[in-house]
Structure formats: C-alpha cells, structure tokens
Design a protein around this ligand. Structure first.
Ligand SMILES: CCCCCCC[C@@H](O)CC(=O)SCCNC(=O)CCNC(=O)[C@H](O)C(C)(C)COP(=O)(O)OP(=O)(O)OC[C@H]1O[C@@H](n2cnc3c(N)ncnc32)[C@H](O)[C@@H]1OP(=O)(O)O
Length: 720
C-alpha cells in the first residue's frame, strides 16, 4: 500500500485562499495534482475582492515544486472556474466545493440580503460549479466531488439559520448527485469539518481553536477524492484528528392502523408516539426506494392484519440474531464441555439451532415494554419491579424456530387473581414472524408480592395447569451447577429486572442476595431434559410448563428429576445444596422421544447413580451425627471415569455437611479415589467399602485410619 498520489489529476478547490481550502490546495499540490486555487479574496462576510489570497497559495504550491493556477471568479459563476481549469490544464478530475461566508444573525433578524447571500455562495455556488464539472466528469467517466456541509446544518446552531439551511441543502444536493453520478464513476461526498479558520477564529475558545488544525482534516478530504476511494453519498464529520461517518437514521416506527379498514386517528398517533420516536434498531436508507420498500412492507403487515385488533401499546417488534441465541445458550449453561451443545454455541455448526426456551425472551421484553404489564395490571396499585416474582411459565412453539428474524409480540393480560399474599397476573403473549404466522405462545404468571387482598377472584380459568409429579424415584436425574455470575450473564438476554443483580434492590424485595431469573432455571432444566430425552434435537420440543416455587441463588446447583410418561417428561428441579424444590408441577411435551446416544445415556445413568449415592451419604451422616463427629475430619472424594476425574465431593464430618467440589477452606485430611463403576457397586450395596479399600478399588491418600473409620459410615443397604 504505497503513497496515495494525484499525478495527472486536475483538482479545483474553491475558497482556497486561506483556512481549510488553502490546506487542501497545498496537500493536493504536494501529491502531484495540478491545482486550481479559486478565491475571490473577499472578507468572511462576503465583502470586498482581492487576488492576493489565491496568488499567495499558488506561489506557495509552486515554491514546493507543485503545479497550480489562480482563479478569482465567484462560485456563483462556477462555469468560469471550470473554464480556468480547462484553459490551463485541459481537464478536471476533482472538485472541492469549499468556498463559504457567514452572515450570522438570530433568526428574526435575518434580512433578505443575509439569506440570499448565504444561499448564493454555499448552495447556488456549489450547484453552479458542480454542474459545470459534472458534464465533463460524465464524458470522461470519472470525477470526485466534495460538498462542504457543517455541524450547524446537521444539528442546527443558534444564530445560523441561513447558514444551517444552506449547509443541510448541500447534503441533499450531494445525496442526489451521488445517485446520478454513480454509474459514471462520479462520487460525491460531504465533509463536515470542525476547523480553525477565518470563519471560526473568534467563535471558538483558543485552547480548542489551536487543536482544530486544517491539516488534520485535509487528508480526509484528499482520501475521499482519490480514485481508490469507493465512498459515495456519505457525510464525513472530521476535526482535531478524528473522522467519522454521519448517517440519517429512521426509527422502526409504528403501524397506525391494524388492518386495511381502520382509520388513522390523532389519538392513535399520540398512543403510538413512544414507538414512533424509539430509535432503538433504527435503520439508514441509501436511496429513497429503500424507504419506499420499508413502507410497502408496513403496508403488507397492515393488509395481513398481523396485529389485528391490537392496541399498539401492547405490541413489541424485536429482531434477533444468531448472536442473541448464543448469548442465551451461554446464559442457561450450554457449554463446549458437552459435545452436543456446540449446536447452540456455534453459528456455523451444521446443526446450529436455537434452544426453544430462547423464545421466552421476546415475551419478557414485550412485557417490560407493555403498558398493561404486571406492574400496572392491578387497579389502583402500581407494583415495583423487585416485588414481582415469576410465578409460572408456559411456552409453546408453533412455528419454525429460525436462527434469526423479526418477531412481533403482542401482550394481553388474561386475568388477575387475588392470592391473598400476592396478586397473580396472568399474561398471554403471542409472537408472530414477519409473514404474520403465530410462532410462539407464552403465558407468564407474575406473582406481585404484597399486592393481594384487593377483592379479586382467587381462581380463574386462563392459567395453563401444572401437573402432579409421579410417585417413585425419577427415571433420570441431571444436575447443573450455576455460577455466581449466572444471573449477570442471563440478564443480557433481555430480562434486566434489577432484582437479579442489584443487592440493594434485591434487599428491597426482601431477598438476602440477588436471585436467579426463574426463566434461567427453566432454560437450564429444559436443556438437560432435551439432552436426556431428545438427544438435544430441539425440533422435537413442543411445550413446557413450570411453577417457580422457591427462589434460586446464583452459584447453587440445579438438580432436575425427570419422569417419562410417553412423550411427556414430567420434572421437578431442586437445589442440591438445600434440597429445596424450586420448580414444581412441571412438564416438557416432546413430539417424540429420542434417547440420547449410548454415551450420553451412560453419562446420565452415572449422574443418576452418583446423585443417589450423594443423597445416601448425606442421609447417613445425618443419621449418625455422633459417629460422624467422632471421626472429625474432612474427606475429599474423587470419582473417576476412564482414569479421568468426573466429580468431586467434600464431606466435612464435624459439621455434618457435604457439598460438591473441593473443601472451601483448608486441605482435606483424606482423599478417596474410586472409579465410577466401583462407585455404583458401592452405592448399590454390592461392594463393601472395607472390601473396596482392601482390594485397592478405593484408593486412599492421607490419613488411612480415618478412611477406615469412614467405611462403616458408608455402609448402606440403600436400594437405587
Ligand atoms: C413487567 C414485569 C414482568 C415480570 C416477569 C418476571 C420478571 C423476572 O425478572 C422475575 C423473576 O425471575 S423472579 C425469580 C423466579 N421466581 C421465584 O423465585 C419465585 C419463587 N416462588 C416463591 O417464592 C413463592 O411461590 C411465592 C412468593 C411466589 C408465593 O409464595 P407464598 O406467598 O408463600 O404463597 P403460598 O402461600 O404458597 O400460596 C398462596 C397462593 O398463591 C399460589 N401460588 C404460590 N406460589 C405460586 C407461584 N409460584 N405461581 C403461581 N401461584 C402461586 C398458591 O397456589 C396459592 O393459591 P391457591 O390457594 O389458590 O392455590
């Protein structure tokens, strides 16, 4: 990538006698261009004339070994400037419309002269000069044009109404020239410079003024004018050694009628205002036809009645991408440690697919955006967010779960029940794809603590029912240890309720620590169920229903008990550390059951057995606390599989406690290592711990006497 040069190119710069124009001229001259230095030699308010300014710059370019010629014409007679270039150099390649003056006055004081002069020099001058050049550019199939706009035009500025109007007019002029010129390799861009110049010297404070050197902007303009630069139709802001593109962004807006027969009313506009002006996910259009197409698609939505009889306040449009799906999967514990989870974490995996429970996220977002949400559903009571717990959830997938797309989600409060200790707000939330197909049906039952006793009904008919758990041991148990950052990660999928991250707000809600999102526990549970009964094939998922019975604290271990009844997997989720049930009455409906690969089954069986043994040990320690205390030691259990450690437990006999992982403080006095298969034998009572020890199946490091004492404690006739 060598030096960018302009050898053989003829460059016209208007207003090049001083400031930015002069700096442009010197730079182009130093890079091989033949430069036409145009300057009328007037004052900054457009008064007077002199050839000195242009002559001085030409002399400077020549002194530096460059080629230049002066031109003293007014830009309003732009064709004369072009003629100077043709007469002297025979062609024109680049036109930098830079000439400008100021006539600043507050708006009521702007006279016709102030207005006309500004429009003439900036807008008409650029029009005339560019039009004359454009004809040549078209013939030669090449041209580069710069319009000089200004932050005053882009953003407005007190006292500069005339100037702002002309400056934004130039953006419009450039936009269309860019479109008309594109097929002739004519590019037209705008520069919005912030520079120290004759125009700004007594407007800006000296310390800022000194850093706004034209030399920091000239290379940006020169690059835009180089044959290798493909930018066209852009506005580039630059100053102080910084440059950035400036775009017009349009909001996604709001549909103001639900179908073709609806009228648009002023009230509808008022009610939709927050959506009309919501710039989140705003879009830029490169040409008017893009804007027209967006309007056509809005019209199609109206024609299809996507949001038939829906109040716009209750409709939320959200786009999701593969990145959202991956972030969600990480939030519910998908991990590269599980081979089958790659499909949830890598967009190029051949089986890349969304976890079906991702589709609770648009529902929650829509609820938070909705006016008629849980927070306001109880007449006369506004409930603060930290008092609203997720009570129950139903999710049903009805259409294609695409890896990216736009969902239009409608929220409807179905019923509000008075549960005494709280109010249960049941909301039905439906999400449609762009074609108007119903893709996802969610039902969120929010429990507003302390908002009960308002005289409402205790029972209703709208809540999707929970199921009872079967008697007997579960068919499968899988666990997932959440991390302390689980909620911090999960919230990035759209549930920003501070209850899950802010200790002060959690305290206001009556919690010792921020609690985990109910939907995170649900996501973890369903992921494990799909791994066990669908071989992680998400297309087999139909629906899930849960009741959140107790909060979970990030860092706790979720243990999912599963019972298979045909294609329905009934489940409950417990916290291993406390044995509290946190999800109850729950089920996942599958289209069909696909048992996992042999290896996955083995792993699941292993988890089941080891969990059972874990419980057994815990119960035996509890049964014989005195004996346990007399052992007075900390043991570390290493369970291995194919020589690799698969699980670790710490048993602290003195405190009669047992937990997954290594000791929280100090070193274990004894470490016991046993293979998973021997462990199963031990757990099922087929292998006596003493015998296991004697036969070397139970390897002991550290205090052997202690390990021997432990033997009788472990002995059990527990059946699995
Ligand atoms: C715009 C806002 C949108 C908000 C959406 C959610 C946003 C999320 O960010 C919030 C969360 O994720 S919170 C975390 C997940 N949820 C939880 O941790 C709640 C756990 N559950 C509890 O603590 C209690 O069940 C508790 C506290 C809920 C109820 O316990 P108690 O007060 O002790 O109630 P109890 O005496 O057991 O029963 C009274 C009646 O209420 C019914 N009920 C109990 N738990 C319920 C639950 N979880 N869901 C639905 N109904 C429930 C009981 O059945 C009983 O009614 P009835 O006598 O008619 O059967």
């Amino acid at each position: 990538m060598g030096e960018l040069r302009f050898d053989g190119r003829v460059v016209i710069i208007t207003g090049a006698g001083a400031g930015l124009g002069r700096t442009y001229a010197l730079l182009f001259g130093s890079r091989g261009a033949k430069v036409v230095v145009n300057d009328l030699g007037g004052g900054r308010h457009g008064e007077g004339k002199s050839s000195k300014a242009a002559d001085d710059v030409v002399a400077e370019i020549k002194r530096n070994g460059g080629i230049a010629v002066a031109d003293y014409n007014s830009v309003v007679e732009g064709e004369k400037i072009i003629k100077t270039a043709l007469d002297n150099f025979g062609r024109v390649d680049v036109l930098v419309n830079n000439a400008g003056i100021l006539r600043d006055k507050s708006f009521p004081r702007i006279s016709n002269v102030d207005w006309d002069l500004i429009q003439d020099v900036h807008l008409k001058g650029s029009f005339k000069t560019t039009q004359a050049a454009f004809t040549l550019f078209k013939k030669q199939g090449y041209g580069r044009i710069i319009m000089t706009t200004s932050n005053s035009g882009l953003y407005g500025n007190f006292g500069q109404a005339n100037y702002s109007a002309a400056k934004l007019g130039l953006v419009g002029l450039a936009n269309t020239i860019a479109i008309e010129g594109a097929k002739y390799n004519i590019h037209c861009n705008c520069i919005a410079p912030t520079a120290a110049s004759r125009l700004t010297e007594d407007i800006l404070p000296p310390d800022i003024f000194n850093e706004l050197k034209p030399e920091f902007i000239a290379p940006v303009v020169a690059y835009l004018c180089h044959e290798s630069c493909q930018e066209n139709g852009s506005v580039i802001e630059s100053g102080a050694g910084w440059a950035g593109k400036c775009h017009l962004i349009r909001s996604n807006g709001a549909l103001l009628r639900s179908n073709m027969v609806d009228a648009v009313t002023i009230e509808k506009v008022r009610d939709s205002w927050s959506k009309i002006i919501n710039m989140e996910n705003g879009q830029h259009f490169n040409k008017p036809s893009d804007a027209t197409m967006a309007l056509v698609s809005a019209l199609e939505s109206i024609r299809e009645g996507v949001k038939n009889d829906v109040n716009d306040d209750d409709v939320n449009v959200c786009d999701y991408t593969e990145k959202d799906l991956i972030l969600y999967a990480l939030g519910v514990g998908a991990s590269l440690a599980n081979e089958s989870d790659l499909r949830f974490l890598y967009e190029n995996d051949e089986n890349f697919s969304p976890l079906p429970t991702y589709f609770v996220c648009p529902a929650l977002t829509a609820m938070f955006m909705s006016k008629n949400s849980a927070a306001t559903a109880i007449p006369g009571k506004e409930v603060s967010l930290e008092k609203i717990l997720h009570g129950e959830q139903y999710l049903e997938i009805l259409g294609d779960m695409k890896p990216s797309g736009r969902l239009t989600t409608k929220v409807e409060v179905a019923e509000v029940l008075d549960k005494g200790s709280g109010a249960l707000i049941v909301s039905n939330i439906d999400s449609y794809d762009e074609a108007g197909n119903l893709i996802v049906r969610n039902q969120v039952a929010s429990f507003a603590i302390g908002a009960g006793n308002f005289g409402g009904p205790r029972t209703g008919s709208k809540l999707v029912a929970c199921v009872s758990k079967p008697t007997g041991s579960p068919d499968m148990v899988l666990t997932y240890k959440t991390t302390v950052d689980q909620a911090a990660l999960y919230r990035l999928s759209g549930d920003f309720n501070p209850l899950h991250i802010d200790p002060n707000l959690a305290a206001l809600g009556g919690f010792e620590k921020p609690i985990l999102h109910g939907l995170c526990s649900l996501g973890v549970s369903v992921r494990l169920i799909l791994a066990a009964y669908a071989d992680s094939d998400v297309s087999l998922f139909k629906a899930v229903k849960v009741r959140f019975t107790k909060p979970v604290v990030p860092g706790q271990t979720l243990k999912v008990h599963m019972w298979r009844k045909g294609n329905r997997i009934i489940f409950e989720t417990l916290v291993s550390e406390t044995n509290a049930t946190v999800i109850s009455g729950a089920y996942v409906d599958l289209k069909s059951v696909k048992l996992s690969s042999v290896q996955a089954n083995k792993a699941a069986a292993m988890a089941l057995l080891s969990d059972a043994v874990f419980e057994m040990i815990q119960s035996r320690v509890k049964e014989q606390p005195e004996k346990a205390k007399s052992v007075n030691a900390v043991f570390l259990f290493n369970i291995t599989k194919d020589g690799k450690q698969v699980k670790q437990w710490t048993m602290d006999l003195k405190n009669a406690s047992i937990h997954e992982g290594t000791p929280t403080s100090g070193k274990p006095q004894t470490t016991l290592t046993i293979s998973d298969s021997d462990f199963i034998e031990l757990a099922t009572g087929k292998l006596n711990p003493q015998t296991a020890f004697m036969k070397g199946k139970l390897k002991v490091a550290g205090n052997i006497m202690l390990a021997q004492k432990l033997g009788p404690l472990l002995k059990s006739d527990a059946k699995l």
